[in-house]
Write a new protein. Structure first.
Length: 82
């Protein structure tokens, strides 16, 4: 019984990590520069405005880093609850 419970808990944790990874992968770095442009963001999230993009770009460099993307997702700036 304990092995079954441990296995189920492990599967649940794996599913949660996999779901987060799928969310992160919705935005593709098509030019391979390690950053996300407005164009790359709007492929995955067509409703993102320039104002929202600027708000996500916390360091003001004109592109979104992986950390900025994660922070925007955690803050609910992207996705269904935009």
């Amino acid at each position: 019984m304990k092995k079954t419970i441990i296995a189920l808990v492990g599967l649940g944790a794996f599913a949660a990590v996999q779901a987060q990874a799928q969310d992160d992968m919705m935005v593709e770095d098509t030019d391979g520069d390690g950053m996300y442009s407005m164009e790359e963001i709007t492929v995955a999230y067509p409703d993102v405005t320039e104002e929202q993009f600027t708000e996500m770009d916390t360091d003001g460099d004109g592109s979104i880093s992986e950390e900025e993307l994660t922070a925007a997702m955690d803050a609910g700036m992207l996705g269904e609850d935009m």
